[in-house]
Write a new protein. Structure first.
Ligand code: ATR
Length: 276
């Protein structure tokens, strides 16, 4: 039996076992996917012993993504760009790492808002954490000419901009309404909008009618930010699709089948998430 898991600290909240459990059943694979709580002090030991413990690989969530990147011998482009990994597997006995958040976000954007790339405008990103890095990398790879990053702590936006170079511009959080007015895509990568947190607090009436508005928050399924954009007639992209798509490459590496993200999977995972 092939085994994989997701590690984090804490880990109870993770929906990854629902996703991989759904696919294991659907494709009739003799495999397992479990949650493992790994204390930050134990993460290197756990990753070194992954093969010996019988795992084909694992997903990695907060706060272990940077440690996972450092522990790996082979890293894909996105893990290198983000300096963090969320998916690990063994390749000829060596630990290999990817950051599939880039793939997950960009694939979902393509599915939910086809043609977004034909609207030749800057991308605007709210937030400058690990998720923002993965998404900025995705837009740069997709050929977007300018990415504007708005962050409450301006230095973090500046760090991110200097990491990626001239096509990324650091902007003040207070300028988010004004400087995203000409954006082709606006993405919230902050935790604002998550149940119990505050709201993005941004008027969307300055956005062009072709602007696509995306959120990576998926609890609730439709955030206030997205509901406001939808009410203004804008195309919106919910965060859950990114979570589903980012799981695809790991499942294929561990279990040998490239799984499909479809309505059934969306329903299975969204059943576990409050609607508003
Ligand atoms: P992740 O790696 O998941 O992206 P993170 O590194 O904790 O998470 O980043 C969270 C993002 O949400 C940051 O951009 C953070 O802004 P700061 O860099 O200023 O901390 C943003 N964020 C969190 N709470 C916020 C708030 N109340 N107002 C504005 N931005 C907030």
């Amino acid at each position: 039996m092939k085994r994989a898991c997701v590690i984090g600290w804490p880990i109870e909240h993770s929906r990854s076992p629902i996703i991989h459990g759904h696919w294991l059943k659907r494709y009739g694979i003799d495999g397992s996917y479990t949650k493992v709580a790994v204390d930050p002090g134990d993460v290197d030991r756990f990753l070194c012993g992954l093969a010996e413990a019988g795992y084909a690989g694992c997903n990695v969530t907060i706060p272990h993504k940077e440690a996972a990147y450092r522990a790996a011998t082979l890293c894909d482009d996105s893990a290198v760009a983000v300096e963090a990994a969320n998916t690990l597997w063994l390749e000829d006995g060596k630990l290999a790492a990817a950051n599939t958040d880039t793939y997950g976000f960009m694939t979902n954007l393509g599915v939910e808002a086809p043609g977004w790339e034909t609207y030749d405008r800057p991308a605007a990103i709210l937030g400058a954490g690990g998720a923002a890095r993965a998404i900025v990398h995705g837009f740069l790879q997709a050929g977007v000419g300018e990415v504007r990053v708005f962050n409450r702590t301006r230095e973090r936006a500046e760090e991110l901009a200097s990491h990626f170079g001239a096509r990324v511009r650091a902007c003040d959080w207070s300028q988010r309404e004004k400087l995203s007015a000409e954006a082709g895509v606006l993405v919230n990568t902050t935790s604002l909008g998550l149940k119990g947190e505050g709201s993005v607090g941004m008027a969307l009436d300055g956005l062009g009618e072709r602007c696509v508005v995306a959120d990576i928050v998926y609890v609730p399924l439709e955030t206030v930010f997205l509901a406001e954009a939808r009410q203004r007639g804008l195309r919106t992209v919910r965060g859950l699709g990114m979570l589903l798509h980012q799981a695809v490459p790991g499942f294929e590496k561990w279990f040998g089948v490239r799984p499909e993200v479809d309505g059934e999977l969306f329903a299975a995972v969204s059943a576990d998430i409050p609607k508003s």
